[in-house]
Design a protein around this ligand. Sequence first.
Ligand SMILES: C[S@@+](CC[C@H](N)C(=O)[O-])C[C@H]1O[C@@H](n2cnc3c(N)ncnc32)[C@H](O)[C@@H]1O
Length: 299
Amino acid sequence: MLLKKAPMKDPLNESNLYVSGSMKDVKISDADFEFLSRYLAMKYGLRITKQKKILLESRLIKRLNVLNIKSVSEYLKFVFKSSKGKEEYAYFVDQITTHKTFFFRENYQFDFLKKQIEFYFHKVQKQRTVTVWSAGCSTGEEVYSLAIVLNELRALYPYLDFRILGTDISIPSLKKAATGTFNSIELENLPENLIKKYFKPVSSIKNNLFRFSNNEIINKIQLGSLNLNSNSYHVPYEYDFIFCRNVIIYFDDATRTAVLRRLLNNLKHNGFLMLGHSESAIGTNLAIESVQPTIYKKK
Ligand SMILES: C[S@@+](CC[C@H](N)C(=O)[O-])C[C@H]1O[C@@H](n2cnc3c(N)ncnc32)[C@H](O)[C@@H]1O
């Protein structure tokens, strides 16, 4: 399927949980919490512990406000039992997941990718399409960081071509990624020369928005929804590199191992898997070797 950061209220401040005027009860009852945590574990592999209850409440209040619904329990009925729930479901998923991301996050992994590609093309002078998958791409910063790195390398290695896939379960995030539009704060990790080279202001009015504007590169990027907790992944290629960063941290242990196994099924022999800074595949008995912290090679 082709297709932000709302300021987080202090989750510990209970007064956030009620909206004056139309008092909303966003407290999640034990029964609703039980339902939510079971549902999210089963469907997406997400581990929602009791400690996350207040965080969940502070997130769902946004949808209660938009829809003018008075309680979480009413909201859940709307999402799961009403005829209009299907449309709301995408926003529900978006609210219960964390989307924090930024350009060139954990930059040493992009350097690692660069070095591998340079190493290859120094030895081999043949046309090759490098394939990269950003699994859990959120709003696209990882995808466009990869696109920039690979396109910069193309100038040096004319035999290099590339394809990038970005997938996520959050449709609003994917829609934002598909616009390729970022504000100046979201772009702050990018050097000025790269912003100038790859982005154009969205309008002449100073609205602070910039759109990724290289159509040739955009055609090499595909975005789509994919639940990593599903039994099989239908992706267009076998990948040279899979970036699945800051995603498995939200899964329970069994899901984490199962997801890594399925990702590896879609990684080429000798391909590389990149995880987030606090994630690890050590102890999973998978056919991988650790080349440096958070970077694994498929054996
Ligand atoms: C914190 S963001 C990480 C974004 C990016 N990879 C990075 O490291 O900057 C985590 C993303 O994983 C997605 N996610 C969570 N569970 C998922 C699942 N079961 N399948 C696919 N994506 C999932 C969320 O929607 C969210 O956009």
